[in-house]
Design a protein around this ligand. Structure first.
Ligand code: B12
Length: 232
């Protein structure tokens, strides 16, 4: 091993990102953290590292999981390595010092434990100046309602990665309607199996395909909400 050990800092940017894809695939958390730090030292923006090195690598993992080449334990290791990298980037992304533009409560729906995408959205929203309250994974409707009541956010964000859990978003929205509070909040939904049509069908304000779109959509809808005369 010692002879052919790869020294990450000796690779050029392109080779390093390719190596990080491999390391993410192999679930090597320390190597991913080292790679992230090297790219930061080389002047890469946190956003580029996140999207080009980490999310890019996770896409490869996702494809092989889908095709039955990787299994849950390996994907868990990859997810853990990804989180190590995200942990370094989080404070840097949130560092923009932008004035608070709004508040969001975000959580993954009941029955679903996928949280990487949700965490990424949280990080990017914080970086754009939003205050984010993350209520975690596997949230029943009561948890969402409780958070809306205590936190009084502008936005509710829901994440689902499984076709079996995405219908639960409608349960949450329908319950909000029953309680007469649906229109008090902007509801954004996301997750790989969703699409715009689904978002419309369940009564969300918008489906966002990635974290960058989530930030843009949130800004637009919050500005619109604040410019509206108060509801009577
Ligand atoms: C990592 C992973 C896991 C990890 C999760 C670790 C973790 N802490 O999150 C583990 C191994 C635990 C796991 C478990 C399972 N998984 Co899984 N998993 C994945 C995988 C490979 C990657 C997901 C990911 O993190 N992507 C990277 C992030 C950045 O992307 P993202 O989540 O899509 O998020 C972006 C957007 O969607 C959007 N977004 C996301 N959420 C939100 C929310 C809001 C409000 C907004 C605005 C935007 C937004 O912005 C994000 C950032 O850009 C996907 C494959 C895939 N292609 O998605 C399968 C996948 C989702 N899993 C799948 C399956 C089947 C499972 C299991 C049932 C496997 C099993 N047999 O046990 C279990 C289910 C456990 C459960 N009850 O939840 C299937 C789902 C199939 C389906 N159609 O339902 C997939 C698609 C793989 C496949 N093709 O078979 N999984």
């Amino acid at each position: 091993m010692a002879d052919d050990e790869i020294i990450l800092s000796e690779l050029d940017d392109e080779e390093l990102v390719a190596q990080m894809f491999d390391d993410l695939y192999d679930g090597l958390k320390e190597e991913i953290e080292e790679g992230v730090n090297i790219l930061l030292e080389r002047g890469w923006t946190p956003y580029d590292i996140l999207t080009k090195a980490l999310v890019g690598g996770m896409t490869v993992v996702g494809a092989d999981f889908r095709d039955g080449i990787l299994f849950v334990p390996e994907v868990l290791l990859a997810a853990n390595a990804m989180k190590g990298g995200m942990h370094i980037l989080k404070p840097l992304l949130a560092e923009t010092g932008a004035p608070r533009v709004g508040k969001m409560v975000i959580g993954t729906v009941k029955g679903d434990i996928h949280d990487i995408g949700k965490n990424l959205v949280s990080m990017m929203m914080e970086g754009a100046g939003f205050e984010v309250v993350d209520i975690g994974i596997n949230n029943a409707v009561e948890k969402y309602l409780e958070a809306l009541e205590t936190e009084k956010p502008d936005i509710l964000g829901m994440s689902a990665l499984l076709t079996t859990t995405m219908p639960y978003m409608k349960v949450v929205i329908d319950t909000m309607k029953e309680k007469g509070i649906r229109d008090d909040f902007i509801v954004l939904v996301g997750g790989a199996p969703l699409n715009e049509e689904f978002g419309r069908a369940i009564g969300a304000d918008a489906y966002c395909r990635d974290a960058a779109v989530a930030v843009e959509t949130a800004k637009t809808l919050v500005a619109r909400k604040h410019n509206q005369p108060a509801a009577h």
